[in-house]
Ligand binder design. Structure first.
Ligand code: FO1
Length: 316
């Protein structure tokens, strides 16, 4: 049974790891946000693609959720000596990934080919697709100016107040090879518990993606990234509030209601289930805070079982 998951970085990777244990990992395709991608020191860096790949390869740093485990930072330290910006912590092994990516792109490869090369080299069995082969940087307009997403998140620690989010060049971007095909054909489509504005938002904004999801609405299951009014990971809650969205499971459900028929919320938010159902969505109440690998696998297994039931229901 083929499953597609739409994913950002760290929050999504927890569920993705669970999915690779709950199903045949070769039947999982992950469509990853590339709005976070940035060029630094002349190198093309794709943080969410790398976070997903390193997590599924079992080599991610478990303390941060990004970069390699047992990483060293000698190159970055030396770049600092030369006065180069070193606010974005690129480890020595991680730099090899960025050098490889940059070299392949310069040689004429597409980002999707680069991602395929990295996942094969690291032994990941699931397919990992960038949302688009074209760069579509997420720009954050704030009270202190307009910044690339990484400058806002990492360099400025998400302190500026967000006024507007845009994805540069999104109108001209095309979905990467395989993205629309997989959305049309997968038995189940999972929206991972990622930031709806800057992780899932860019994927939905790629021309054709939201429309493709709408036509498969009954097969789309989203896991809510807001639990008890707070983000599971990162600054989603504060960004939603600053942009005038309701910071709740119901608030996220409203953002997804046109393309998603099933919404997974944590038991702490169960009081919101009838409001979410009134949006025309089925609500599943499962623990969504994944503290260890067992939590990840249990949640993933429940979602896969639900998708299998939906598939059987459609076939009947
Ligand atoms: N996040 C940080 O908070 N600080 C960093 O210095 C940092 C470096 C970094 C390097 C490579 C990489 O793949 C990811 C990195 N991240 C870092 C994570 C990243 O900024 C974000 O978490 C994602 O873009 C959002 O999913």
């Amino acid at each position: 049974m083929e499953i597609v998951a739409l994913a950002g970085g760290i929050g999504a990777s927890k569920l993705l790891l669970g999915l690779t244990r709950a199903m045949d990992p070769r039947e999982l395709t992950v469509i990853v946000n590339t709005g976070d991608d940035i060029v630094l020191h002349g190198l093309s860096i794709s943080p969410d693609l790398d976070i997903v790949t390193y997590t599924l390869a079992g080599v991610v740093n478990p303390d941060t959720g990004w970069g390699f485990r047992d990483e060293t930072f000698c190159t970055l330290d030396q770049l600092g000596v030369y006065g180069r910006p070193n606010w974005f912590h690129l480890g020595d092994r991680d730099l090899a990934t960025h050098i490889h990516r940059t070299a392949m792109l310069r040689e004429g490869a597409h980002l999707s080919q680069v991602s395929e090369s990295i996942r094969q080299a690291l032994g990941v069995q699931s397919r990992i697709l960038p949302m688009s082969d074209e760069p579509v940087p997420t720009m954050i307009e704030t009270d202190q100016g307009c910044f690339h997403f990484q400058e806002y998140l990492v360099q400025r620690r998400a302190e500026p107040v967000v006024r507007r989010i845009s994805f540069d060049g999104i109108e001209r971007a095309r979905a990467a090879p395989g993205v629309l095909d997989m959305l049309a054909r997968a038995a189940g489509i999972i929206i991972c518990p990622s930031n709806p504005l800057i992780s899932i938002g860019p994927i939905l904004a790629v021309p054709g993606v939201r429309e493709a999801l709408r036509t498969r609405r009954t097969h789309v299951v989203a896991v809510c990234p807001i639990v008890g009014g707070k983000s599971l990971k990162g600054p989603s809650d504060q960004m939603l509030a600053q942009l005038g969205f309701e910071v709740s499971a119901y608030g996220v459900a409203r953002m997804y209601q046109d393309f998603c028929a099933t919404f997974v919320i944590d038991p702490v938010d169960s009081a919101q289930s009838s409001a979410i159902e009134s949006l025309g969505m089925e609500v599943l109440i499962y623990p969504t805070v994944m503290r260890n690998v067992e939590d990840k696998e249990i949640l993933a297994r429940r979602i896969v079982e639900f998708a299998a039931k939906q598939k059987a229901g459609t076939a009947a």
